[in-house]
Write a protein that binds this ligand. Structure first.
Ligand SMILES: *Cc1c(COP(=O)(O)O)cnc(C)c1O
Length: 229
């Protein structure tokens, strides 16, 4: 029998082993538990096992869950495709957004983030897989978006995020993640102050950590297989 607590422990062990393999300090990779489609009770189980940061793809679903769990003071990360008509809900209710991919949305989030809250922490999603993926901005547009987003009020640009195409080819996974790291490093030489590489999921977190991930987004390995929508 598996439990969320046991799964979390196993994922933490995978992260620790990957850090050793990469020659990186223990604790240099943050775990984001992706709780999309799972009920608040599942989130509570993860919290009881020490997890504090959760990722969600659907804004309203997340807000409903967070409302049930306000007593716990959790950190909520929006990691789904972000449409204009959901930007206010996200700006008002989340701590982080990982999927910023165009200036128009950045401007809406900046205008809609309540100034009484700490700035919204944002990552720019980059399409590192070319035609194999549709989400994220093109690598050659990321610099312009990053510099523009960094200048907006009520946002704090933290880094870059990517979702490579699925697949078991570890060398291909590493090539995709390396591209994101190279962009991150280049933007920092251009004066940005990025500290976050949001990359790696249940099946490819080891490859992501080898290439410098500072945050991995893990759902299935913690909560189990999601039911098809
Ligand atoms: C669902 C999702 C995850 C988690 O994926 P798993 O394969 O279940 O670990 C991570 N990142 C994003 C953007 C997702 O949509």
């Amino acid at each position: 029998m598996t439990s969320i607590a046991a799964n979390l422990q196993a994922v933490r062990a995978r992260i620790a082993a990957a850090c050793v393999a990469a020659g990186r300090p223990a604790g240099s990779v943050q775990l984001l538990a992706v709780s999309k489609t799972w009920p608040a009770a599942s989130v509570r189980e993860a919290v009881a096992a020490g997890q504090r940061a959760f990722g969600e793809n659907y804004a309203q679903e997340a807000v409903d869950k967070a409302t049930e769990l306000t007593d716990l003071g959790l950190e909520w990360h929006f990691i789904g495709p972000l449409q204009s008509n959901k930007s206010r809900l996200v700006a008002e209710n989340f701590d982080w957004v990982h999927t910023l991919d165009r200036l128009k949305i950045a401007e809406r989030l900046a205008a809609q983030r309540p100034p009484a809250l700490v700035p919204l922490q944002v990552c720019i999603q980059v399409n590192v897989s070319g035609e194999a993926s549709k989400s994220g901005c093109a690598p050659d547009q990321a610099a312009a978006l990053a510099h523009a987003a960094a200048a907006l009020p009520n946002l704090c640009l933290r880094g870059l995020m990517a979702i490579p195409e699925p697949g078991d080819d570890v060398r291909l996974q590493r090539r995709r993640f390396a591209l994101l790291r190279q962009l991150h490093d280049r933007f920092n030489t251009e004066g940005l102050l990025l500290d976050t590489l949001s990359m790696g999921m249940s099946h490819d977190l080891e490859a992501a950590i080898m290439e410098g991930a500072t945050l991995v987004r893990v759902g299935t390995a913690i909560f189990g297989e999601r039911k098809p929508a």
